[in-house]
Design a protein around this ligand. Sequence first.
Ligand code: SR1
Length: 325
Amino acid sequence: AEGIAGAPAPFDKGGVKLALISYISAGDFFQAYQAGAEAQAKALGIDLRVFPGRQDAAEQREQILQAINLGVEGIVVDHGVPESLGDVVQQALDKGIKVVAFDVNLNNPKVPQVEQSDHALAKQALEQAVKDNGTSFNAGYVYVAGFAPLDRRNEVWDTFKAENKGVVEKARFGNVSDTTATSTADQAKAVLRANPDITVVFAPYDEFARGVKLAAADLGISDKLKIYSADVSTADIQEIVEEGSPWVATVATNPAVVGAVSIRAAALEIAGQEVPRQITVEPTLLTQKSLREAGVKSIEELAAKVPAFSASDAVTASWIPAKLF
Ligand code: SR1
């Protein structure tokens, strides 16, 4: 493995072993996050071991123990169930392994936490919903508790409802699995059939939004519904801009950039350099109108037009190659 000239040890020699341990690997967001992590690891001469996530807390624990046994110098934990991770993460830290967490609250001062500013993300999506629909509407809400980013977005939804009494949550549903979009679509179909007065759906995860859009199309009510989401991918952009799409806005980062930031945080920790405990990648509002007007058809085209989608200045250093996409 090649080292980086002028980099601090051990990156001057290359071949630093790092593990990326995910709780979820299925879906556009997690695939792009992994691709970004891999690109940043390659640019740093890191030997990245990727452990796929199958939403299995016991398996994720086991993978952390495997990574410790492999002799990695750092571990990035991507989502997960905090209660089942605390002790194994502590075992890694006790062995001198650096740990970075993305979207899982490990509540350990030794572990930097990466997130996408989920409060800002949900606020921007709901502000757009108010711009489009006013402050009185019947809403559907897609939420599954226990995922740190969804829980943070939920805090904003609760405050939003308390401040806007004309917004009525008629139904709450959602499913996170390896078939999130289609399972959510089945639930959405039942909900929208039973509540024909729902005009807005807050679905702050792109797989949720895709499911609701699918249900609306099946029921023939796409023109009566507006969907507000989080996340973006090339497939999402195509679904948002297509003629007659009810998916009218999303608030997002480039997940590949977030993956790269997570690896950089681990690299800086390993190099003994300062890393903030809270690392935030700020999201951007993308409306259907703005995407159509810009003629953007893919995440690459988006990155070419909006700098926040090509790179983040979070946790950088002069010795870290930053231009990845
Ligand atoms: C099940 S949690 C899904 C969320 O994790 C990441 O934060 C993405 O933004 C996605 O919405």
